[in-house]
Design a binder for this molecule. Structure first.
Ligand code: NDP
Length: 598
């Protein structure tokens, strides 16, 4: 394979394809769902029930009831901290898995490592990769198992979080008129939370029904999240804008059920093999205590270029990294000197080979040569979220399914009756936006509320030049607040939940210590925060980084990747596994270096 790739030609093609897609507006090309689209933020799954506003106090308020809030809540309960309250905008726990109920939704990370707290809850995943209803079910299982429903409030959106210095409390204002007081707050509002719309001229003029994939309207389509046929789409002309990870998963079901399906594509996704299979209960029963931690460490090690005797998960994620690692070993064996240059070369060569295979797979699976050509991704694999599917490409062999490729330009215009591409109008009865989520915008815009720390400094202002924290969790000026997410900590993007479970352990350990020493405030010192940021800035491991990539949310939509973007996407210099080892030592040392307990 290595010898047959013309790397110069490939590089040229990659640059040409990127240049077609660069847009001066960057993130500004997207719209927030307001005005005619404000309803796209509504909860179609749970009716709002009126209740009296709350003005009470809790020890720990957990903002966000997704896996971040659930794993934190679980760890707090395990540590004996009972007075916790989840505050959640959705009608139940689950976060992304509450909102995303589109047909075919599943997790691209193997369930054995993605689903948190499997041993604690005694759940066996049904398949290697599980579908959304099972993941949502697992979120509910965690909430039930750890008593996290007891004091939770749902269908409640935080509107402001403010530190009251005199009272030593956080005051949480919500759209229910609540002003809940909390000694400590954990914030797990996630990056894939707020849907965004493509800023296509005329988007507001479409007369027919339309919705965003994260608010799937089964009332309109028929069917259900379990995959029942969407009978209401029979005979309809359905259009879907976007071909990212979401679209890849729902297109096979739309192709099966729509009268005619029109897929409007700006950039094709890379589609690797899925290879899903059921988990054998007999085999599962042989796993001994501590198995999940062993699997987590194994996956994170192999996913980040480390060595292990066995690849327990063995999938597309570990394949990417193992190829790069093996290439480095091969090059060193051939006399290359170890260093950034060798690493870069190994990365490029294995990527070229992988992407050549992915393009060849399109030719194998898609019958029409022109359609196959348009479905081929011309960029490096990690420029965009890699996808894995065994029915997506084949869906284009269905005669009712039409790929409308825009050659990188995007949809030209929308009018009352459909969509224009290259001067051609496509009549539509239903329009679906698979246009993704706010990722690159400010924390306040993404979460829908502002956080004010000491002296009413807002988090947006504090982070105007990029995220500033210690461990991605502690922010100077924001005492008793714990941010839960991968950035500036472990930053393991391929398995988000591992970052969250570890964060939960950290928070529980800190709060137990605060209680032992009688501290009312826990805050990172300015010096320690600055030192952590300096450590990250010296790292080459920044997640956003390749200016040659085709635009997307992984690289600030092809815009500038300056200090701010690097800070927002950075992680511990030696990678996630080293980070967790460091964190474990930090937690166990008992002095929590960098934090002031007062
Ligand atoms: P994405 O942001 O990945 O995709 C948005 C799509 O809309 C892209 O194909 C984009 O094209 C397209 N688009 C935007 N504007 C226009 C336009 N004007 N005309 C035509 N097309 C346009 O959103 P997704 O919801 O697909 O995925 C978001 C993330 O959610 C994923 O990256 C992943 O992290 C997560 N996810 C995870 C899953 C899992 O397995 N756990 C499953 C699904 C999602 P372009 O590429 O050119 O910008």
């Amino acid at each position: 394979m290595t010898d047959t790739i013309d790397r110069d030609a490939l590089r040229r093609r990659y640059r040409e394809e990127r240049d077609k897609r660069l847009r001066s507006e960057g993130n500004e090309q997207y719209l927030q769902p307001t005005g005619k689209f404000a309803h796209l933020l509504d909860d179609p799954y749970t009716p709002r029930v009126e209740r009296e506003p709350l003005f009470d106090e809790v020890t720990v308020a957990i903002i966000g009831g997704g896996f971040s809030g659930l794993t934190t809540g679980a760890r707090l309960k395990q540590a004996g901290i009972d007075d916790v309250r989840i505050i959640e905008g959705g009608g139940d726990v689950g976060g992304a898995w509450y909102w995303n109920r589109y047909p075919g939704a599943m997790c691209d990370t193997a369930a054995m490592v993605y689903l948190p707290l499997l041993e604690e809850t005694g759940h066996m995943p049904s398949m290697k990769y599980v579908f959304a209803p099972e993941i949502f079910g697992h979120a509910k299982r965690i909430a039930t198992h750890f008593g996290l429903y007891d004091n939770a409030v749902f269908s409640t959106n935080v509107t402001e979080l403010a530190w009251d210095d005199d009272a030593d409390r956080w005051i949480i204002h919500t759209d229910r008129g609540d002003a809940i007081r909390a000694r400590f707050v954990t914030m797990g509002t996630g990056p894939l939370h707020r849907p965004k719309l493509p800023g296509i001229p005329g988007i507001e003029t479409f007369d027919g029904p339309c919705f965003h994939t994260s608010r799937w309207d089964y009332g309109l389509t028929g069917g259900n999240p379990e995959g029942a046929p969407m009978t209401e789409l029979a005979g309809k002309r359905v259009g879907i804008i976007g071909t990212g990870a979401t679209s890849v998963q729902c297109i096979p079901a739309l192709a099966r059920d729509s009268g005619e399906l029109f897929v409007f594509q700006r950039t094709p996704s890379s589609i690797d093999i899925r290879n899903n299979h059921a988990i054998d209960p007999e085999w599962f029963a042989t796993l001994g205590p501590g198995w999940q931690q062993q699997w987590l460490t194994n996956f994170a090690t192999l996913q980040t270029g480390g060595f292990a005797d066995e690849d327990l998960v063995h999938d597309g994620w570990t394949d990417i990294s193992k190829r790069i690692r093996d290439k480095v070993v091969q090059m060193l064996g051939e006399g290359a000197t170890f260093g950034p240059e060798a690493m870069l070369k190994a990365y490029e060569e294995s990527d070229d080979e992988k992407m050549t295979e992915i393009r060849a797979r399109v030719d194998e699976l898609v019958a029409d040569p022109a359609t196959a050509e348009a479905l081929k991704p011309w960029y490096r694999q990690l420029c965009k979220r890699p996808c894995f599917h065994d029915e997506y490409l084949q869906a284009y062999n269905n005669p009712n399914t039409h790929l409308i490729d825009t050659d990188g330009k995007g949809v030209e215009r929308i009018d009352a009756t459909g969509v224009w591409i290259n001067g051609v109008h496509h009549d539509l009865d239903v329009l679906i936006f698979a246009s993704g989520f706010e990722v690159g915008t400010s924390a306040a815009r993404r979460s829908g509320f502002e956080t004010y720390g000491r002296d009413r400094l807002s988090l947006t202002d504090k982070w105007a030049e990029g995220m500033q924290s210690m461990h991605g969790m502690h922010v100077h000026g924001f005492p008793n607040l714990f941010i839960v997410g991968p950035s500036q900590g472990s930053n393991l993007i391929s398995n988000i939940t591992q970052n969250l479970t570890e964060a939960g352990t950290t928070i529980a350990t800190i709060l137990c210590h605060a209680s032992e020493v009688g501290a009312t405030e826990v805050e990172v010192t300015a010096e320690s925060e600055a030192a952590w940021v300096a450590l990250l800035e010296g790292s080459v491991r920044a997640f956003m980084g390749n200016p040659d990539c085709t635009p997307g949310y992984y690289n600030n939509e092809g815009g500038t990747i300056g200090r701010k973007e690097r800070l927002n996407g950075s992680g511990y210099p030696d990678g996630p596994v080293a980070y967790w080892q460091y964190l474990d030592r930090w937690r166990n040392a008992g002095d929590f270096t960098g934090l002031a307990f007062t």
